[in-house]
Design a protein around this ligand. Structure first.
Ligand code: PMP
Length: 338
């Protein structure tokens, strides 16, 4: 008999994602590199987990009442997760998003029935920043709660309880390293804390894109950024509540070009269509695999997060004109078909 579990409701479709051995990255690293298929969540990203965790927490604290509204500021994926969870549980959703994020995410949010407010991309210190705008909207809206994914640690808790526990079970307790980039930091800190509870020798590495300030923070104790990145959903300039006490052992800084190499190779050689944060994570995982071997670990196993589906970026990452406009290399097969 084939073991095919039935889920009792649609929310149970969130999490329990497959883990896949990535062939090209494993060959490049000289050790096993695994990708956690978070694009397989119903909202096609890792943020479905945080959305469900935050909503359940607000319910448990009595803040979110039947028929209430959930307000959030997001690069898009958390909004999509919240809208799905809200629809399943009978809540309304209001999403504030910077207007430079992918069109596909905006269209998806509208399709899901979320009320969408676009704001200009500004620095966190600006009162019009999407996070502050969403907080104000929540305060002004009757029966609304603010999800506050950056500083609400229900976000990282869900990764301790689910993502870390799943990785440990899927790799049968043989895992040497984990790395990913941070947006809110919920994934890296939650998975890091969770895995270290199982085995404190698991090495946790932060993979930071250019333009983010966490690499220098963990390397030198100072928040400093350098360069920029077009990757959506990652790149943090402050220590969010979700990042406080993150068990980071080492850190890597990965460029968009390096991430794109793996986006392209995973698509063409392994049939995985992913967003750029996944490519950056995979480049970081290869760096971690090599580092662990230099440190004397034999045949280390490293896991990372395949954060979201590439179908969310067809008009950007997978569009020759857009790539050229950002001075990024164009995938040769896109050039041919343009
Ligand atoms: N990749 C993508 C595409 C995302 O949307 C996010 C969430 N902002 C992340 C990575 C980072 O996840 P986290 O917020 O848990 O740090």
């Amino acid at each position: 008999m084939i073991a095919m579990p039935t889920r009792a409701n649609t929310l149970e479709l969130i999490g329990n994602t497959p883990l896949v051995l990535l062939e090209g990255p494993s060959e490049a690293a000289g050790c096993e590199i695994y990708g956690k298929c978070e694009f397989a969540n119903p909202g096609a990203s890792v943020k479905d987990r945080a959305a469900l965790g935050i909503v359940r927490d607000a319910e448990a604290r009595g803040e979110l009442k039947p028929g209430g509204t959930i307000v959030e500021g997001t690069a898009g994926n958390t909004g999509i997760g919240i809208a799905l969870v809200a629809n399943a549980l009978g809540y309304k959703t209001i999403i504030v998003m910077p207007d430079n994020q992918s069109k596909e995410k905006m269209d998806t949010l509208r399709a899901l029935g979320a009320e969408l407010l676009l704001v200009p991309p500004t620095k966190f210190a600006d009162p019009c920043h999407f996070v502050h705008t969403s907080r104000r909207l929540a305060e002004e809206t009757e029966g609304a709660v603010w999800a506050n994914q950056f500083d609400n640690i229900a976000n990282r808790r869900v990764h301790i309880d689910t993502t870390a526990a799943e990785l440990w079970a899927q790799l049968e307790g043989k895992i040497d390293g984990f790395t990913c980039a941070a947006g809110t930091g919920g994934t890296i800190c939650g998975v890091g804390l969770g895995l270290k509870e199982f085995d404190e020798t698991v090495q946790i590495a932060l993979t930071d894109p250019h333009g983010a300030a966490l690499y220098s923070y963990y390397a030198e104790g100072e928040l400093k950024s350098e360069g920029s990145s077009v990757a959506e959903g990652i790149g943090q300039g402050r220590i969010t509540a979700n990042l406080e006490g993150a068990p980071i052992d080492t850190q890597f800084r990965i460029s968009d070009e390096e991430g794109l190499v793996w986006v392209a190779r995973l698509l063409r050689e392994e049939g995985l269509c992913l967003g750029l944060s996944s490519g950056i994570n995979v480049a970081g995982a290869i760096a971690l695999g090599k580092r662990l071997q230099e440190q004397g670990r034999e045949n280390p196993r490293v896991a990372t997060i395949l954060c979201d589906t590439g179908f969310r970026y067809l008009s950007s990452l997978y569009n020759a004109d857009w790539l050229k406009s950002k001075n990024l290399p164009v995938f040769d097969w896109l050039e041919e078909s343009a």
